[in-house]
Design a binder for this molecule. Structure first.
Ligand code: V47
Ligand code: SF4
Length: 379
């Protein structure tokens, strides 16, 4: 099968009218060999979209066949007030503008959770701004209360941005803090807060919050406890291709060490209502290139997620031919992060039937999964 596929690729698709350097990268990919930093940059700079699509889809189908995963989930955003001032963020309000924001109590969050009592959701995704009041005790009590109410609901919550701040205030090491979060009921960590790891770019767009090294260290500590998480990359703003590959390179190195990442999620910069409104958004072509190069570069990640609430349904469907094998979840209109930044999806909400329909209409096989990619149902 592999040999037949290789011959097909060599004879018909990949190697016609292709420069020697790109041909060498394609040979590595088809031969199952890892590509280098320079290969990654070369792909971004020189390869056509169709060339990237064929290679990325080859890997996608080798890893995940024709399956496209999704889950049934909802979000809780405990606050949109934040001590940080990331310039790409359309969502947060500074502490001094707190009258424009919201700040939920544990009881209010539980009321949201209880709305889903009779629904077959498997995951609650909790993330938002960072405020002193929502501290170590707040979150450990929250996780315990959620588990007490619905023990089987998977809690995917907070990022190293929040944990770094919370643990520092509580005078806990990352390890002590993550152990206590796990004991309280935390099941996994979402991929947010990674933005872009390069220091010069990170300082300009996300200065003040946890550094790249701290973000990676907290994931490492979490993975070493036997737990899983996701990774993201905010792209399409002021970064260069080298910065994207540097980001992927650091994720790939940590994944080699821990194998703790479930999925990689590229997040397209949206420019509405933030301090970077003057920076134009990249095209759909660029989005697809980015999915494809990420899929090719991250050879040790099982899944690449096209987050439909961020890029819209049509681009998410297209991305399924450029390396992505997951669309995230039903969401139920419970996140404001992207709609406030200008995403196509102003009220992100899909029924399971609609998600299944989107996937089937591009000839993929819909598979409902839980957060850890255990199969719930194949459609
Ligand atoms: O870290 C904020 C991004 C992230 C903008 O793990 C923006 O399953 C684009 O990480 N334009 C949080 N992006 C969301 C996140 C996530 C989403 C879905 C699934 C998972 C998962 C994780 O949202 C932030 C930041 O990178 N973000 N503002 C903006 N204007
Ligand atoms: Fe705060 Fe997160 Fe927005 Fe940065 S991206 S300002 S950390 S809510």
């Amino acid at each position: 099968m592999m040999i037949a596929e290789n011959i097909f690729l060599k004879n018909h698709l990949i190697f016609k009218n292709i420069s020697t350097d790109l041909k060498q990268v394609a040979e590595k990919v088809i031969g199952g060999e890892r590509i280098s930093f320079d290969d990654g940059v070369l792909l971004f700079n020189k390869a056509t979209l169709s060339f990237l699509g064929v290679l990325a889809n080859y890997i996608r189908e080798k890893k995940n066949k024709n399956y496209t995963f999704f889950n049934r989930n909802f979000h809780v955003e405990p606050t949109n007030i934040c001590v940080y001032t990331c310039s790409f963020c359309s969502y947060s309000r500074l502490i001094k503008q707190r009258e424009e924001g919201w700040e939920l109590s544990i009881e209010q969050i539980l009321d949201i959770i209880k709305k889903y009592d009779n629904q077959p959701v498997t995951e609650v995704h909790i993330t938002g701004g960072v405020i002193p009041k929502q501290d170590f005790t707040f979150y450990t009590n929250l996780f315990k209360a959620i588990k007490q109410h619905r023990p089987n609901l998977h809690i995917k919550a907070l990022t190293p941005v929040e944990y770094h701040y919370i643990f520092k205030k509580a005078k806990l090491s990352y390890e002590e803090g993550m152990i206590k979060m796990k004991e309280a009921g935390l099941d996994s960590m979402p991929g947010g807060g990674a933005e872009i790891f390069d220091k010069t770019i990170r300082d300009q767009i996300a200065g003040g919050k946890c550094s790249a090294e701290e973000w990676l260290e907290i994931h490492k500590v979490w993975h070493k406890l036997g737990c899983h998480s996701n990774a993201t990359m905010l792209y399409g703003h002021i970064e260069k291709y080298e910065h994207r590959i540097d980001h992927l390179h650091r994720l790939r190195a940590l994944q080699d060490e821990t194998k703790g990442f479930n999925a990689f999620i590229p997040l397209k910069f949206r420019n509405k209502g933030n301090q970077m409104a003057h920076v134009p958004e990249v095209s759909v072509i660029e989005d697809l290139k980015n999915y494809a190069v990420s899929r090719i570069f991250l050879d040790n990640f099982d899944h690449v997620k096209a987050y439909w609430a961020m890029i819209g349904r049509s681009t998410a469907q297209l991305a399924l031919n450029f390396g992505a094998d997951d669309l995230d979840g039903t969401i139920d209109d419970t996140t404001k992060i992207y709609s406030m930044a200008g995403s196509e999806e102003q009220n992100p909400k899909l029924s399971t039937e609609e998600l299944v329909g989107l996937i089937k209409s591009v000839k993929r096989t819909p598979v409902e999964r839980d957060t850890l990619y255990n199969i719930v149902k194949t459609y």
